[in-house]
Design a protein around this ligand. Structure first.
Ligand SMILES: [Fe+2]
Length: 440
């Protein structure tokens, strides 16, 4: 529902260097014409065969809304989450919201996005005055990368999200954030399309996304096999599910700190490629120069560095307090499904760090002003001071591990880390364990 006046529109447009007349979607006929030209290309890595091309164009011509790409040999079942892009139904305000967002992003991306990301944007014609027509966008993406769009109506369960990844489908919403909004917790086209799509052309990023999907498939298959083996024992099933969820959480952190919020060195400069960053002009600026946050160089091909990612807890509700910077995209190729799984399993039994901590051994590029010492979380907990969820979760996990869960091998690694719990905290925890655990 539009909630702004014509004068507001003009103000938004002016602020972003746009003319309202630029915000004019092409007619169906014009879009079909462009689609026919695009689909007939043979100078692309994944040309589309004539049979699929004809069916795809016929669907677009008939005015059917776009629903999940079907140009390759794979398909995905999205069930109740499947959505359609009714292109003609987008309002002027929604197109203007897109135009303003990409205009703002253009300024910050040109300055801070890595070159490969910017090349991807040009290839897919992401910038523009109107929301992209998914028929055309999906065709372009497929021809260049073999990835396709899977249209969904809301945040989908992680299991389905990563099943899509394993088949080179990327779930995208069809909803556009309200005009004038910089950052949303829930994904919209501004995040899914204007943030993620360009990264598909960075082959190391696209490959690691697929690897994440394959790693999750292994976790789910293993979980289902274990559930079958316990023959209906509800307690055992619950435990198996909880363990799988835990494992997914750690694998999710590796995805978060790379695909969503990753940075990379380019000609000696720190540059962005994470879609979570680049879909927010505010965070794009903050991620490179924000005085509050850390920037730490990371090599995911090194097991210790991979654990550093998997054991770092974060919040979704605010700009990041630690960004990890790749020396080179090629290092991401080392994140095979096996290594993702191995690191996630190990991370479950190792202490976590909050995103406000710098650890000895970190290759620090910048230290932010929002940092805390590694033991501050424990002392805050003891003093009953206000703590965000990241601090609370991390402190409680580590205290429990320290008392119960660390094997001697892992304990050795734990003691090399700076999170060794001070004796007075350990004693206090022994006396207050029940009440502390109930906070979690
Ligand atoms: Fe995302």
């Amino acid at each position: 529902m539009p909630n702004h006046t014509q004068a507001d529109y003009e103000l938004f447009a002016q602020k972003n260097g746009l003319q309202l007349s630029d915000v004019t979607p092409l007619s169906l006929e014009e879009r079909i014409q462009r689609l026919e030209t695009e689909l007939s290309r043979t100078d692309v890595p994944y040309p589309i065969d004539s049979h699929k091309r004809a069916a795809y164009i016929a669907a677009a011509k008939s005015g059917l809304p776009f629903r999940t790409g079907n140009l390759g040999s794979e398909s995905v079942a999205l069930g109740d989450y499947e959505c359609q892009q009714h292109y003609e139904n987008y309002s002027f305000e929604e197109h203007l919201s897109w135009a303003c967002l990409v205009a703002q992003q253009k300024k910050t991306k040109e300055k801070f996005a890595c070159q490969e990301y910017q090349n991807g944007e040009k290839l897919f014609e992401i910038s523009g005055g109107v929301i992209p027509d998914f028929y055309l966008l999906n065709a372009r993406i497929y021809q260049q990368t073999a990835w396709q769009l899977a249209t969904v109506n809301e945040i989908i369960p992680a299991e389905l999200f990563f099943t899509c990844h394993s088949k080179r489908f990327f779930p995208v919403t069809t909803f556009m954030r309200p005009l004038g909004t910089d950052y949303l917790e829930e994904p919209d086209i501004g995040h899914d399309v204007a943030g993620h799509v360009a990264t598909f052309t960075i082959s190391a990023v696209a490959n690691v996304m697929k690897y994440h999907g394959e790693a999750r498939n292994i976790i789910y298959a293993d979980r289902d096999q274990q559930i079958e083996a316990v023959q209906g024992d509800a307690k055992a099933i619950q435990l198996i599910k909880e363990t799988a969820d835990e494992l997914l959480k750690y694998a999710g952190r590796i995805y978060w700190f790379t695909v969503e919020f990753g940075l990379v060195m380019e000609n000696g400069q720190v540059r962005d490629f994470g879609a979570g960053i680049l879909s927010s002009p505010g965070e794009t600026i903050y991620s490179i120069g924000g005085g509050e946050s850390n920037r730490i160089l990371i090599d995911p091909s090194c097991d210790q560095d991979l654990l550093r990612l998997a054991n770092t807890d974060y919040l979704i509700s605010e700009f990041q307090k630690t960004y990890f910077v790749l020396e080179d995209f090629d290092l991401l190729e080392s994140l095979t499904p096996d290594r993702i799984l191995e690191a996630s399993k190990k991370a479950m039994d190792l202490p976590d760090f909050t995103w406000r901590e710098i650890l000895p051994g970190d290759r620090v590029i910048d230290v932010g002003t929002a940092m805390m010492s590694v033991n501050e979380k424990y002392h805050r907990l003891m003093a009953g001071q206000e703590m965000d969820e990241c601090l609370t979760r991390t402190a409680i996990k580590n205290l429990n591990l320290y008392r119960d869960g660390l094997s001697s091998d892992l304990l050795a690694q734990f003691q090399q880390m700076p999170n060794e719990v001070p004796q007075e905290v350990a004693r206090w925890f022994d006396e207050n364990r029940d009440s502390v655990n109930s906070l979690n």
